[in-house]
Design a protein around this ligand. Structure first.
Ligand code: MF3
Ligand code: CO
Ligand code: CO
Length: 264
């Protein structure tokens, strides 16, 4: 058995996590309507940075292992960690916007894939299945349930459509640290059979689903951007979740974003 260091939050710490995630989700509600055709990802990044600072909080990604911007914007074949720049969003694109904020020392982390205007049926279908897979995973969560149930639910949702689940990047424990134990693989792994989600554990689920093959390629010139090897589309949704004695709480739920059961 591997040694793990999984912090279990007491009620006071849970309140701090809730507050951090609450701010992050308000930030998502703020930025979502501005993610439209004609806007650059760099402009979206600046708006998020400004809103965060105006509220007295700290962007978590900026400077994280040298990441150069406030948010990640991952367009079409970019799986994750896309760097905002002067790229203009165009009708038909799908773009994942991943926001992470530090609020009084605690981290909130979430992402949504947003469709720019009318997108192809194939792109819409990928976004739908990816979104549904996140909720299928969330619906398995019980106090004491096992991490492998997350991967099983995502696999069951995704496989009938012929899509693939990215294996090179996974969800993670979160709290006073951005990325910590437990790792949350989005497909069933042997190790995840023994990982128990006890009340007080806080973590993300963030499935990255590829339209085609599973292989990823890291951009060697910027060291961050991860693309599909086959050039096909990839989509992602992410929530920060707290396990409690009564079941899971989706800490990053939004007022105006897509809710469980949403049809894109
Ligand atoms: N927000 C991403 C996650 O879900 C991590 C981005 S790290 C960065 O874990 F450095 F690329 F910003
Ligand atoms: Co995350
Ligand atoms: Co994230």
């Amino acid at each position: 058995m591997q040694k793990r260091n999984i912090p279990l939050l007491n009620e006071e710490q849970r309140e701090l996590m809730r507050a951090a995630a609450r701010f992050n989700s308000q930030l998502m509600d703020f930025i979502r309507p501005q993610v439209v055709a004609g806007v650059t990802t760099g402009a979206i990044d600046r708006l998020v940075a400004e809103y965060t600072r105006d509220h007295g909080h700290t962007p978590a990604c900026l400077g994280y292992h040298g990441f150069p911007k406030t948010i990640c914007t991952s367009i079409n074949d970019v799986i994750c960690h896309g760097i905002p720049d002067n790229t203009v969003l165009t009708e038909g694109d799908i773009v994942n916007v991943d926001l992470t904020t530090i609020v009084n020392g605690w981290y909130g982390d979430q992402s949504e894939t947003i469709m720019i205007g009318n997108v192809s049926d194939a792109a819409r279908h990928l976004v739908q299945v990816t979104f549904d897979s996140l909720y299928a995973a969330i619906n398995t969560l019980r106090p004491g349930s096992k991490v492998i149930e997350i991967g099983r639910a995502i696999a069951k949702t995704v496989r009938p459509h012929g899509f693939s689940i990215v294996r090179d990047y996974q969800g993670h424990g979160i709290g006073r640290v951005f990325h910590q134990d437990p790792g949350i693989p989005h497909y069933p792994t042997p190790g995840a059979r023994f990982q128990i989600l006890r009340p007080g554990v806080c973590f993300t689920i963030e499935p990255m689903i590829n339209q085609g093959r599973v292989e990823t390629v890291l951009d060697s010139s910027d060291g961050w951007t991860v693309r599909t090897k086959d050039g096909k589309l990839s989509a992602q949704f992410e929530h920060t979740i707290l396990m409690t004695e009564d079941g899971p709480e989706i800490l990053t739920w939004t007022e105006h974003g897509p809710q469980e059961g949403h049809r894109f």
